[in-house]
Design a protein around this ligand. Structure first.
Ligand code: FRU
Length: 428
C-alpha cells in the first residue's frame, strides 16, 4: 500500500517542509512550501508552489523561487505573502552558509513579486533587510508581513544565546524597513530559537503563533522535538507592546510544526501546518517524496484558547456516508464522527496507531510513543489518509495530528467503547 495521501497536500517528488506564502489572490488559494526538488532530505531550499480553488484539491505549479543570487545563494527560507498593487509579494529569508560545515550563516530578508501568480521576479532592492536585529543574532528569519493603518509590518523570528524572540519592523512602502524592537521573547522555558512567527487579530484578541525550538517537556506537554504554539494577548501597534498570557501548545499530536495562517475572502483565519517533525524516519521516502501538510483548519478563540476546526470544504470530500454498525471496518481515506459517553478505543490500520479515551485522558499512541492530555472528550471527528491521522476533539477544542505508517498492508480498523451516533464518510 502506498503512503501517498489522497487529500493531503504532498510534494510530487522530493523533500517538503514549512508552508509558506499562504494567500488568496484573485479568488485562487496559493500554497508555497519549503522544497528540495533534487533530493529526499532537506537541502538547498526552493519555494514549491500549488494552487487551489477550494483548499482541498491542489494543483502543482512550477517552482516559484530558486536560490542562487548573492543574497540567497544557499536557500530560499520560509516567509509569507502580501497582496499589494494587484500583485503577490512574497517575503522570504535568503540564506547563505559562511563555512563548509554550515555552522555559521547569514540570513537576510528578501522580496519577489508576481502579477500573474505563476512567475515570480526577485526584487532589485534585495536584500531588503540585511542587518542583524539589535537584540537578536545571525539567526533571523521567516518574515510574516501584513498591512495595517496605511503602513506595513513585518515580524521575524530570532534569538540571543539563551532565548527565542520576535522582532518587529515597520515600513511605508513595503520595501524599506525600520526596526521597531522585540515584541516578545522567551523566558528560559520557551526554547532557544523562535521560528515561523505569525501575528493576527482573532475574535477581538491578538494571537502570536510561533514554533519554538528546544522547549523541554513539562508533564504531558511539549514532547515533540520542537513545538508549535501561541500566546493570546493584546498588541498595541503604536507602542509596539504585546502583553500576553502564557504559552499554549496548539496541537497535541506527534507531527505538527511551522504553522502559518492567512485571512481568506470569507473572513476566515485559516491555518496550515507542516504535518511532520524534524529528525525522524520518513518511510514514504522509498516512494520518492517526503512529508505532507495538515488539512486546512479554521481558527477561533473560545474560552481563551485557540480552537482548530477542519474547514467546511472538507465535507465536499465525502463520497458516501453511513452509520457504522460494526466495530470492525476498513478504509484508506475516510472521516469518522461519533459522540463519546465514556471510554473508547480506536485502533487504526490494525494497531499502527491507537486513539483512546480512558481515566480522564485523551491519548494517541503511535509506535509505542504516546501523546496525551487530561481533558474531557465529548465528541470526536477524525480524518485518516493513507499515512496520517488528525483527531478533532469537541469540534476543535483539542487536536492531535500525526503521521502513521501501516506496515502490514492492512486497511482494517477497530472501534469499541462507550460511544454513539457513529458516522463513517468514505473519501474514495
Ligand atoms: C522551520 C524552518 C524555518 C526555516 C526553514 C528552512 O521548519 O527551520 O525557520 O526558514 O525551516 O527550511
Amino acid at each position: 500500500m502506498t503512503y501517498r495521501p489522497i487529500y493531503h497536500f504532498a510534494p510530487a517528488f522530493g523533500w517538503m517542509n514549512d508552508p509558506n506564502g499562504l494567500c488568496q489572490f484573485n479568488g485562487v488559494y496559493h500554497l508555497f512550501y519549503q522544497y528540495h526538488p533534487f533530493g529526499l532530505n532537506w537541502d538547498d531550499m526552493h519555494w514549491g508552489h500549488a494552487t487551489s480553488t477550494d483548499l482541498i484539491r491542489w494543483e502543482h505549479k512550477p517552482i516559484a523561487l530558486r536560490p542562487g543570487d548573492d543574497y540567497d545563494r544557499d536557500g530560499i527560507f520560509s516567509g509569507s505573502a502580501l497582496i499589494k498593487d494587484d500583485m503577490i509579494h512574497l517575503y522570504y529569508t535568503g540564506n547563505t552558509w559562511l563555512d563548509e560545515k554550515r555552522e555559521t550563516l547569514r540570513q537576510v530578508q528578501c522580496l519577489a513579486t508576481s502579477k500573474d501568480g505563476l512567475s515570480f521576479q526577485k526584487s532589485v532592492h534585495n536584500p531588503l533587510i540585511s542587518e542583524i536585529p539589535e537584540h537578536g543574532n545571525a539567526h533571523v528569519r521567516d518574515p510574516k508581513v501584513w498591512a495595517e493603518n496605511d503602513k506595513f509590518y513585518m515580524i521575524l523570528g530570532t534569538r540571543n544565546e539563551l532565548n527565542g524572540k520576535v522582532v518587529l519592523y515597520e515600513s511605508d512602502d513595503a520595501l524599506h524597513w525600520r526596526e521597531q524592537g522585540i515584541i516578545a521573547e522567551g523566558t528560559g522555558e520557551h526554547g532557544w530559537m523562535w521560528e515561523c512567527p505569525d501575528l493576527f487579530t482573532l475574535n477581538g484578541h491578538d494571537v502570536l503563533l510561533l514554533s519554538p525550538q528546544g522547549m523541554e517537556p513539562i508533564g504531558d506537554r511539549y514532547h515533540n522535538l520542537h513545538q508549535c504554539g501561541y500566546f493570546i494577548g493584546e498588541f498595541d501597534i503604536t507602542t509596539t507592546q504585546f502583553t500576553h498570557d502564557s504559552f499554549s501548545e496548539l496541537d497535541y499530536g506527534h507531527d505538527f510544526y511551522a504553522a502559518q495562517t492567512f485571512l481568506d475572502d470569507q473572513g476566515r483565519r485559516i491555518l496550515i501546518a507542516w504535518n511532520a517533525m524534524w529528525e525522524q524516519d520518513w518511510p514514504e521516502q522509498r516512494e520518492g517524496w517526503t512529508n505532507q501538510m495538515t488539512i486546512p483548519r479554521e481558527l477561533n478563540i473560545r474560552n481563551n484558547r485557540l480552537w482548530m476546526t477542519p474547514i467546511e470544504e472538507m465535507k465536499w470530500l465525502r463520497q458516501c456516508s453511513f452509520p457504522l454498525k460494526s466495530p470492525f471496518f476498513s478504509g484508506k481515506a475516510f472521516e469518522l464522527e461519533f459522540d463519546v459517553e465514556g471510554e473508547f478505543q480506536f485502533s487504526c490500520f490494525q494497531g499502527t496507531a491507537t486513539l483512546s479515551v480512558a481515566k480522564g485522558y485523551i491519548q494517541l499512541v503511535r509506535n509505542e510513543t504516546e501523546r496525551r492530555i487530561q481533558a474531557n472528550c465529548e465528541r470526536v471527528r477524525l480524518f485518516i489518509d493513507s499515512s496520517s491521522i488528525e483527531v478533532f476533539v469537541n469540534d476543535g477544542e483539542y487536536v492531535f495530528s500525526s503521521r502513521i505508517y501501516p506496515t502490514n498492508h492492512t486497511l482494517q480498523h477497530h472501534l469499541t467503547g462507550n460511544i454513539s451516533n457513529i458516522m463513517y464518510h468514505s473519501f474514495e
